[in-house]
Write a protein that binds this ligand. Sequence first.
Ligand SMILES: *Cc1c(COP(=O)(O)O)cnc(C)c1O
Length: 356
Amino acid sequence: MKKYNFYAGPAILPREVIEAAAAAVLDFEGMGLSLIEISHRSKQFVAVMDEAVALVKELLNIGDEHEVLFLSGGASSQFYLTPMNLLDQDEKAAYVDTGTWASKAIKDAKLFGNIEVLASSKDKNYSYIPKTDNIDTSYKYLHITSNNTIFGTQYQTFPDVAVPIVCDMSSDIFSRPIDIHKFDLIYAGAQKNMGPAGTTLVIVRKSALSKVSRVLPAMIDMKNHIEAESMYNTPPVFPIYVSMLTLRWIKNNGGVAGMQVRNETKAQLLFDEIERNPMFYSPTVAEDRSRMNVCFLLHNTALENEFIAKAIGAGCVGLEGHRSVGGFRASIYNAMSAEGVQALVDIMKEFERTHG
Ligand SMILES: *Cc1c(COP(=O)(O)O)cnc(C)c1O
C-alpha cells in the first residue's frame, strides 16, 4: 500500500531524491565506490558541496553579503553558536518565545549576553504569534522561530523591525520566498524540509561576524567554517548530498515560489476540512496557522486512538500530535503531495460519516 508520511522530523523526502541517494550509496557517479566511502576532498564531493551552496543561493536569492554553510550539530547547536558569534557578553538581543524550540534558544543564549524576551505566547499554550514590530534599535538582533513545528504556528510575514533578524527556519526553510536582506543569520536543521538529519544549513551575513571580543574555539567560530568552505572538519557527506538532491528537486519544481503555491493549496485543503468537519477543531488562531505543521484535535478525545488506527489503515502515518498539544499533527512539508493531504481529508470525512 502507498504510504503517506506525515512525520514531523525526520520527515518526508521526494521519492526521486531517495532513489537517487540510494543509487549513490551503491555507486557514486560511476566511480565504482560509494558516496559514503570517498574523501570529502575528492573532486566529486567538492562538486556536491559547491552545487548545494550554489542552489541555496539561487533558490533564496542570496547575493555576496551572505555566506552559506553546511555544518553539523543540528539546529540545537545554533542556539549557542549564534549568540557566541554575534553577541558580546555586555550586549543585548531580543528574543520571541513562540514554543519549545524558541525557549531552548533563549535558555542557551542567556549564557552569552543580555537576552530580553520581548514577547511570549506561552500564556495560551503557544497557539499564536505575538507581535513585535518597531522594537528598540539598541538590540543587536531579534531572534525568532519562523515556524513552530510542535505548536503549528508560523510567521506569515516577518516582523517589521530596524534591527537584523536571526531566525530558526528549521521547519519551513525553502517553503516560500524570503527577503534575505532582513536577516543576519538563518539556521535550519536539514531533517524537516531539506534532507536527512545530520547537517544544518547556516546562512550568515559576513559583516555581522568578527565583532565579538570572546575567544572562540575553531569549531564554534563561523569565520573558520566560511574560510574552509564548510570543510574545516569532515562534513556530514551523506546528509549534504541528499540535501543537494532535494534542492535540485525544488529548483525543478518551480523553486521556492512554486513550493509556496503547492504548500498553500495543501494547507487550505486540510484547514477547510478541519473548519467544516464538526468532529475536529484547530488549537491555533487562524491568522498564525502553519502551512507546514497542521495541528488538529477531536472534540471527543476518546476517539483519538481509533482515528490514528483508521489513518494507518489508509496508509497515513506519523499523525500523532506532540504531547504538549495532544490530538494530531499533519506535517505537510514541501515533499508531501496534495494527493497525500486529500487521503487524510478523506479519512476525516469518513470518520464523520461513521462517528459523527
Ligand atoms: C526540529 C527543530 C529544532 C531542533 O533541531 P535539531 O536539528 O534536532 O537540533 C529546532 N528548531 C525547530 C524549529 C525545529 O523544528
